[in-house]
Ligand binder design. Structure first.
Ligand code: GLU
Length: 347
């Protein structure tokens, strides 16, 4: 009996299946909610459904092919729409991802997330998580219950990217709809279409075709292991607000930011960050009150250049939402405008 058990064990150990199973990378899927975990009353409904309704185990179970790509460990971090992500939550998420990637047996992390703020959380992790191992966000535009739901394929592709050794040291990535985007550049460009995540100027890092990962770009911005930001030193992120520029924009928005003790303001400016006389007066008042102000653009792409002979801070090519993430993170380290501008130039 003992000999038979021993022989059987030996057979399992040397079988190709056992070898393949042992060789599979170990990927942790952290689920935070969003449409990828969304559920609707009927299968044609693609708006007005409940996001964050399905648990991580059901998400993984719906894609059996994942188990051929990686050995999966699943964890429910939260189950919310990403419009309800907060600074405290993204900080806790970054710390959890850091912890997981510090484990020797973990080869990469995939995070499922709502699409609405999928340009914010990945960029925060890009600035703060200290690991060269792949960190891949994924999401869906259609709820899991819809015909042609995109979540299962996106999850499979995200795990495929996270499991691929080529994906190391590329910064945090966002995988949807066959494409790999860089957290630094990618943003949601359309309210409902499947190809909504784009970086109009910078393009994608790569794509996933036929289950294989193809990279064709590397980002030139500082991220993860090379970043100065250290999660161990960040206890909380300071309040930073965004004020939108438009015709008739009122100065009282700045008064409100001052009254509510904002530590930073991102001005989502017209064009290349131009300011109405009212915004200019508001910004000057805010700076006098000790608030750090960064000018970004509401246009959706392009660089906001510094104004000659002026020391006002500018967001480089970061959209206002990403600029807010960097300003909050920067303010945990310094209030020196020169150092903050250097972060905006390089991160
Ligand atoms: N508003 C929800 C969210 O951002 C659903 C949108 C989505 O995930 O596509 O989580």
């Amino acid at each position: 009996m003992r000999i038979r058990g021993f022989l059987l064990g030996l057979l399992i150990m040397i079988s190709p299946w056992a070898t393949a199973a042992q060789a599979l990378p170990h990927i942790v899927i952290l689920a935070t909610g969003g449409t990828i975990a969304g559920s609707a009353a009927d299968n044609t409904q693609t708006t007005g459904y409940q996001a964050g309704a399905i648990g991580v185990d059901a998400l993984v179970k719906a894609v059996p092919a994942i188990n051929q790509v990686a050995h999966i460990e699943a964890e429910q971090f939260s189950n919310i729409g990403s419009e309800n992500m907060t600074s405290d939550r993204i900080l806790a998420l970054a710390k959890r991802v850091n912890e997981l990637l510090n484990r020797a047996d973990v080869d990469g992390v995939v995070i499922t997330h709502g699409t609405d703020t999928l340009d914010e959380t990945p960029y925060f992790l890009n600035l703060t998580v200290k690991s060269h191992k792949p960190i891949v966000f994924t999401a869906a535009m259609r709820p899991a219950t819809a015909i042609s739901a995109d979540g299962s394929m996106n999850l499979l592709q995200a795990v495929t990217v996270a499991a691929d050794p080529q994906s190391q040291n590329r910064g945090v990535m966002v995988v949807l709809n066959d494409r790999i985007g860089a957290a630094r550049f990618i943003t949601k460009t359309n309210t409902t279409t499947l190809d909504t995540f784009k970086a109009p100027e910078e393009g994608y890092l790569g794509s996933i075709v036929g289950g294989r990962v193809y990279f064709h770009n590397r980002i030139d911005k500082i991220h993860t292991t090379a970043s100065v930001f250290d999660l161990r030193k960040i206890k909380a992120l300071p309040p930073v607000v965004i004020i939108y520029g438009y015709q008739d924009d009122p100065e009282y928005m700045y008064d409100a930011a001052i009254a509510h003790h904002a530590k930073g303001i991102v001005y989502a400016g017209t064009g290349a960050g131009s300011m109405s006389v009212r915004s200019q007066a508001g910004i000057e008042k805010a700076i006098r009150a000790g608030i750090v102000v960064v000018r970004a653009s509401r246009t959706g792409s392009g660089i906001v250049p510094p104004v000659a002979n002026e020391s006002g801070l500018v967001a480089n090519s970061l959209n206002p939402a990403k600029a807010r993430i960097l300003l909050m993170t920067a303010l945990t380290q310094t209030h020196d405008p020169k150092v903050i501008q250097e972060y905006f130039n390089r991160y």
